[in-house]
Ligand binder design. Structure first.
Ligand code: COA
Length: 179
């Protein structure tokens, strides 16, 4: 059966509690096994606190997007201009909505929000095979590695990935791509 087409829209302050809940659930499902429940709780209370998320709403040179399916929040993405490229700081889809192209729709919308960008970069936990498969599917390439994902001293290992508009953005299911 074909999944309903998602709606992508900007995040507002009224959405912040729902975004916090989405990030908390998705982070626990994704990272508890690698980082531990306590560390993920800490991140939910700091990086994903209501005040931190609210500060990103309407921030200049950024895109804070929500993906809804049948009117219900299913995913979120945040990207901002940093050091000459676009940093995709978050792209999260609730476990129940994964593998139905919501991540693809959010990534496409992030890219479309920065039509003049020369490159898009992000960090992926090296053991996160799902995210690596997803980004590789869309033409991202590994350009480096480190141990400070999300900020200096976080201690979280990461691979650094990049996509440039000169590379194909492969749209699963459509057989099409943009160059
Ligand atoms: C990674 C994530 C954003 C992908 O979003 P999604 O909506 O589930 O992915 P899509 O349905 O758009 O997948 C597009 C393509 O990516 C690849 N892909 C996605 N999930 C995959 C998986 N679990 N295993 C292998 N390939 C996968 C496939 O090629 C897929 O196309 P296909 O279904 O036609 O085979 C989502 O799974 C997620 O939020 N995961 C947990 C949090 C996370 O890791 N976020 C990224 C942090 S860097």
């Amino acid at each position: 059966m074909t999944a309903p087409r998602p709606t992508i829209r900007p995040c507002t302050l009224a959405d912040i509690p729902a975004v916090h809940a989405l990030l908390t659930e998705t982070w626990h499902a994704t990272y508890d096994g690698w980082l531990g429940v306590e560390r993920v709780n800490e991140i939910a209370a700091t990086w994903h606190s209501h005040s931190q998320l609210a500060a990103q709403v309407g921030r200049p040179d950024s895109a804070f997007l929500l993906g809804e399916v049948d009117g219900r929040l299913g995913g979120t993405a945040f990207a901002h201009a940093a050091n000459g490229s676009i940093e995709i700081g978050r792209l999260y889809v609730l476990p129940a909505h994964q593998r139905h192209r919501l991540g693809t729709a959010l990534l496409r919308a992030v890219i479309d929000a920065f039509p003049d960008a020369g490159a898009f970069q992000l960090d992926v936990e090296p053991r996160n095979d799902t995210a690596l498969a997803f980004y590789r599917r869309h033409g991202f390439a590994i350009i480096g590695a480190g141990t400070d994902s999300g900020g200096t001293g976080s201690g979280i290992s990461h691979l650094r990935l990049e996509w440039a508009p000169s590379r194909a953005f492969d749209e699963p299911g459509t057989g099409s791509s943009t160059t």
